[in-house]
Design a binder for this molecule. Structure first.
Ligand SMILES: Nc1ncnc2c1ncn2[C@@H]1O[C@H](COP(=O)(O)OP(=O)(O)O)[C@@H](O)[C@H]1O
Ligand SMILES: [Mg+2]
Length: 144
């Protein structure tokens, strides 16, 4: 389980990186994204969806918390920004996503109190207007 790290210099470079990263994913994977507003969480999500051949719109489900994109494999896109407690996570249906043989992408994973089921973390740091440091780590989904 090797972490890897990249610094991108533009939105396009991050998008390309996201598509490459997507190729390493498999059914059942759940990726937790960490990073401030404007870091690039939604952009990377969009790149992953494109690489999984989903051609519809991908936007942050901030108000609805969860979008399920009809695709093969199904893609679950969550944005936990508005959540405060772990109890809400059940209402949101995170466990349903994790059990559904799809790919689950979670923005604002800082809100998760329990990371069981998460297979990768992606931390995005804003270095300046156009530079982003991206750190990916695989994790054992059985550990919190
Ligand atoms: N290297 C980069 N990687 C990703 N986004 C970048 C980069 N440079 C600038 N940006 C800009 O940062 C913003 C990222 O937005 P978004 O993906 O919605 O962030 P988040 O979902 O983390 O709030 C976009 O406006 C994008 O154009
Ligand atoms: Mg977003």
């Amino acid at each position: 389980m090797l972490p890897f790290e990249i610094t991108t210099k533009s939105e396009e470079e991050t998008l390309q990186w996201a598509k490459t990263f997507a190729k390493t994913l498999k059914i059942g994977d759940a990726i937790a994204f960490y990073g401030n507003l404007g870091a690039g969480k939604t952009l990377i999500t969009r790149g992953i969806c494109q690489a999984l051949n989903y051609s519809g719109t991908v936007c942050s489900p901030t108000y609805t918390i969860l979008h399920e994109y009809p695709n093969d494999p199904p893609i679950f896109h969550l944005d936990l920004y508005r959540l405060e407690s772990n109890s809400d996570l059940e209402e949101v249906g995170l466990s349903h996503c994790l059990e559904s043989n799809g790919i689950t992408l979670i923005e604002w994973a800082e809100r998760l109190e329990n990371r069981i089921g998460i297979t990768h973390t992606v931390h995005i740091e804003i270095l300046n207007d156009n530079y982003r440091k991206i750190i990916v780590q695989e994790k054992n989904p059985e550990q919190p």
